[in-house]
Design a protein around this ligand. Structure first.
Ligand SMILES: Cc1cc2nc3c(=O)[nH]c(=O)nc-3n(C[C@H](O)[C@H](O)[C@H](O)COP(=O)(O)OP(=O)(O)OC[C@H]3O[C@@H](n4cnc5c(N)ncnc54)[C@H](O)[C@@H]3O)c2cc1C
Length: 315
């Protein structure tokens, strides 16, 4: 069921017609449907959302949306947009933490240029004491993402971390390598559609792997981020922390903007570190479609809002 709905949404994500229809209405007003998951198009929108999150005692990471750029010029534009974003975040006085994707920096166009772009961002980030999380994309990019990260780590860039996906069969090995390096890891289940040769096909196996990796990260990792909305994964993490006397300041939970806001505030109120991943920018469509694919019930609210939008006068 999960993989069927993922397949449908990945197909829709590639549809140009759907994209242009959604892009027209998705963020048009404060109540437009994509606003549930995306803070807005501008850095100012993202900073406003970050302030609201921080006012409730949680922290945040900002993601300037974009992926799979097709030209060096686009990769350069995304890189410069990130550099501007770093300055604006620093000037706003909010927490200094960003997330980015390597295909946004030109990984599929030219690897060396992508590495240069990442280095430009890491240099800017170092100057302002930012932490940079390199999101993990689909399995075509897993190895190269680790390779680039490890190369830059060896060159002394320590203000960055990676993401490990529990649905990939290789992930426990990756986590052990990252722990040995001293790198910070965010653990997620994984959001893409992957073949069973390399990924666990069932939720049960993905969850079991998540718990195995969580234990290794919590016991031997470096301020790991356990990123999930799944109450069973959250309970398992808290139980393991209690069992091993791991205090709440040695790890953090992370959740996506607009997803399980009830759990976000509940855990933060109980004293757990909770970081919210806040995406913004005009290239929100693929991100948004992955969120729908994770929970088909979300489609109902999108359809209702879309009907409302089309009935409303343009602003
Ligand atoms: C901070 C953060 C960063 C991430 N970064 C990456 C990354 O770099 N690479 C990557 O592949 N994936 C990333 N993901 C996505 C992740 O891989 C999963 O696809 C996503 O988190 C859903 O999995 P889950 O652990 O919440 O568990 P699931 O078993 O999918 O869901 C558990 C419960 O959470 C709730 N829920 C989950 N998703 C939604 C949704 N979209 N809308 C409403 N409710 C929902 C539902 O109540 C559901 O029953 C990230 C997730 C987070 C939280």
């Amino acid at each position: 069921m999960l993989s069927v709905s993922k397949a449908v949404f990945h197909a829709l994500a590639a549809s140009k017609g759907m994209k242009s229809l959604a892009s027209k209405y998705g963020l048009r007003t404060e109540r437009s449907f994509a606003r549930r998951f995306v803070a807005g198009e501008s850095v100012a929108d993202a900073i406003a959302a970050a302030r609201r999150i921080e006012a409730t005692g949680m922290s945040q990471t900002l993601d300037f949306l974009g992926e799979s750029v097709a030209t060096m010029a686009e990769a350069d534009r995304a890189t410069r947009a990130y550099l501007v974003t770093l300055n604006e975040i620093a000037a706003a006085g909010i927490g200094r933490n960003i997330s980015l994707k390597l295909t946004q920096l030109g990984l599929t166009v030219d690897r060396a240029t992508c590495v240069d772009n990442l280095r430009r961002i890491l240099d800017g980030a170092t100057a302002h004491e930012f932490f940079v999380r390199i999101d993990m994309e689909d399995s075509r990019y897993t190895q190269v993402t680790f390779d680039i990260f490890e190369t830059l780590w060896q060159q002394g860039y320590r203000n960055a971390g990676v993401v490990v996906q529990s649905y990939l069969r290789r992930s426990l090995d990756d986590v052990r390598r990252m722990n040995a390096l001293g790198a910070r890891v965010r653990l997620v289940k994984g959001a893409y559609r992957e073949p069973r040769r390399i990924a666990y096909p069932s939720k049960g196996e993905v969850d079991a792997a998540f718990i195995d990796i969580m234990r290794v990260l919590m016991a031997e990792g470096h301020h790991p981020a356990i990123a999930t909305h799944d109450p069973a994964m959250l309970d398992a993490t808290r139980a393991f922390a209690r069992e091993r006397n791991i205090s709440a300041d040695r790890y953090e939970f992370q959740m996506l903007y607009g997803v399980r806001r009830d759990l976000q505030t509940q855990l933060a109120a109980q004293g757990y570190g909770m970081r919210i991943y806040i995406p913004f920018g005009s290239e929100w469509y693929p991100y948004f479609m992955r969120r729908l694919g994770e929970r088909p019930a979300n489609v109902g609210f999108v359809v209702r809002s879309l009907l409302r939008e089309r009935a409303a006068p343009a602003v």
